[in-house]
Design a protein. Structure first.
Length: 637
């Protein structure tokens, strides 16, 4: 590959809204800028709710990745807890045969890995809790044990306790997923268990530990006076919480930067170690009863906190406006207009809304994560591309291209985020050169707002189609595909009144099929339906565009013609009988398709209703039919 071309890197990650991912990504982006890489993040928010169907929809974003379009891959595998999606990602990336760096230990010879020491540092932390603070009863809140890092931390807790002669009671283990709400669930479960309060809660990360602290306080327990709580990661919130969290300091920015640096070297043919381990260290702080000086100084803390609050408030206002305006949209185009107005408030460079070609029609449902079938249609559409304030669209692009427009050249950061309703895939959106996806907890709120709005539009579209079809069925005869009696009166009555009011003559023609009972009795009802359909087609053709024709019921038809002259009845009758002769010579059935017609021309002088004129036309038709019968009976045998 030409070394002068921009190298393209795919990063696969879950849960952008956690501080661990945030710091790793900032490290990657710093290296990417130095090396002028084009980086594309593919991210979902799996595990946010206890819904397998919702997670299937979230994970659809990983199906859009065409790894062949990238030069290298960074896989943040340690952010995935679901063993099925982990296996699927590993299999697909391995099959791509691209230089790949994985953020956890791996024995796969196709990959390079970078990890931060988990086992020994967790042992050091647990030893401190047992030996320095004399903890004897310990509850453990784990990460997803399908994740090797979570497993290592859990193994370290169990082993350290055993070395100190303490058994880890299975009833005191809560199996979490690294998400903050797991901490609350763990405490709720504990409070319902009837177990005595432990000496310490050892948590697999800071996110869970912080909600453990707040949940314990709601139940009236103080940390560390009543119970010790520890975390893992030394996040901003952990350092600056009260009490500050006893945790593990990991070089997250360095890990992201180093991983990207290893990948860049591989892309340019420079040998790199297969395994890179970064050191970490325990932080003994207030939540275990120690004092610590690692918290940010007050000025730094106040500045960062204010900036976060200001950005969050601005994003909340923008998304509230977006939510309110989206609630009032009834068409796809109106939805795109509302989204466009919101983009300027989110400090983005470019936003691309990419939808499956058939998003308004049929859905692809993600029933099985292990399936190799893509959830995306072969082609996508990008109805809204917002680029530095300018708007455009792309009608159609191949889903394998991922971007509705080509990759950029030079340094750029793109975030691909899924749009779905439950497990059903709608598409995705791309945010370019913005920290919004990693700096705001509201990025997923944006995703859900867009998804719900698109689903509402889809449902409204189908509801309107259903209403149109119901209206059509109400006024259209399904056998003959012309108006039925309801349809005729809905349209003809107003036209009749209008013609009478403006002194225009109206002709009503009543037509009855001859011999339908004979056809049904001798050749079957299918043949009877065939004959009725052929007669209806002839009536529609003979009526032309100036008349309204309808199947009045059974084998009866009616035609209303405005501005009909005296000769029009004769001309219509002649066209009808000629057309009947033609169809009989063409279809060559063992029976004759025949009909009788009676026509009445009326005006305002007659002072009649539409029903009155139809009755007169019916009487005239039967007089014609009676004459036909007389003529047949008088013919010599």
């Amino acid at each position: 590959m030409d070394s002068g071309m921009t190298k393209k890197v795919a990063v696969v990650v879950s849960a952008l809204d956690e501080e661990y991912q945030n710091n790793i990504i900032r490290g990657i982006n710093r290296s990417a800028e130095e090396n002028q890489l084009s980086v594309s993040y593919f991210a979902a928010f799996g595990g946010l709710v206890n819904s397998k169907r919702f997670d299937l929809g979230e994970y659809s974003i990983y199906d859009v990745i065409d790894y062949s379009k990238f030069d290298g891959i960074l896989l943040m595998l340690n952010t995935f807890g679901d063993p099925v999606i982990r296996r699927k990602l590993l299999d697909r990336i391995s099959a791509a045969h691209k230089p790949t760096v994985v953020f956890e230990p791996t024995d796969n010879p196709d990959f390079y890995d970078i990890c931060i020491d988990n086992f020994s540092v967790m042992k050091e932390l647990v030893n401190h809790i047992i030996k320095h603070h004399h903890a004897k009863v310990i509850n453990c809140i784990t990460g997803p044990l399908a994740n090797p890092e979570a497993q290592l931390r859990f193994d370290a807790v169990r082993e350290t306790m055993a070395e100190n002669g303490i058994e880890l009671d299975e009833n005191r283990i809560f199996y979490g997923n690294f998400r903050s709400h797991d901490g609350k669930e763990a405490i709720d479960d504990f409070m319902q268990s009837g177990l005595s309060l432990p000496d310490a809660f050892i948590c697999a990360n800071d996110s869970m530990a912080l909600t453990v602290v707040s949940s314990l306080e709601k139940y009236g327990y103080k940390v560390p006076d009543d119970v010790i709580v520890t975390g893992f990661d030394n996040t901003f919130n952990a350092r600056n919480a009260f009490p500050a969290l006893t945790t593990v300091n990991r070089p997250l920015l360095e890990a992201g930067y180093k991983a990207c640096d290893i990948l860049v070297n591989l892309l340019y043919g420079n040998k790199q170690p297969r395994n890179t381990i970064l050191k970490s260290s325990p932080i003994f702080s207030e939540s275990c009863g120690c004092t610590d000086e690692t918290a940010d100084d007050l000025k730094t803390y106040k500045k960062r906190t204010y900036n976060r609050m200001e950005a969050t408030n601005n994003n909340i206002h923008a998304l509230n406006r977006l939510t309110a305006e989206l609630a009032g949209t009834e068409t796809a185009s109106a939805t795109y207009d509302v989204v466009e107005k919101c983009m300027g408030d989110l400090n983005l460079e470019k936003f691309c809304l990419c939808l499956t070609e058939d998003w308004q029609e049929a859905y692809s449902s993600a029933h099985d994560l292990s399936s190799s079938k893509s959830l995306y249609s072969q082609y996508m559409t990008a109805p809204l591309i917002w680029d530095k304030g300018e708007r455009r669209s792309v009608d159609l692009f191949a889903s394998s291209d991922m971007f509705p427009e080509s990759f950029g050249n030079g340094f750029e950061i793109n975030y691909f985020l899924p749009l779905h309703f439950s497990e059903r895939c709608l598409g995705y959106y791309i945010i370019k050169n913005s920290d919004f996806p990693i700096s705001s907890l509201l990025c997923h709120t944006l995703s859900m707002n867009l998804s719900n709005s698109l689903e509402n539009i889809r449902k409204l579209c189908h509801l309107n189609k259903a209403m149109d079809e119901l209206n059509r069925l109400y006024v259209i005869d399904p056998l003959c595909n012309i108006y039925n009696r309801n349809g005729f009166f809905n349209i003809a009555e107003n036209l009749f009144k209008e013609c009478i009011a403006h002194h225009k003559e109206v002709m009503i023609s009543f037509i009855d099929m001859d011999g339908l009972k004979f056809i049904n009795d001798n050749y079957g009802h299918n043949e009877g339906d065939f004959a009725i359909q052929r007669l209806a087609a002839i009536i529609r053709k003979c009526s032309g565009t100036r008349s309204i024709c309808a199947r009045f019921g059974g084998d009866e038809f009616v035609i209303m013609t405005a501005n009909a002259g005296e000769d029009y009845a004769f001309e219509l009758e002649k066209r009808l009988y000629t057309a009947l002769d033609n169809i009989n010579s063409i279809v060559r059935k063992p029976y004759i398709i025949s009909a009788s017609i009676g026509s009445i021309i009326t005006s305002e002088k007659d002072n009649e209703t539409l029903y009155d004129v139809i009755d007169r036309a019916d009487d005239k038709m039967y007089a014609v039919k009676k004459e036909k019968k007389k003529a047949r009976f008088s013919e010599p045998l």
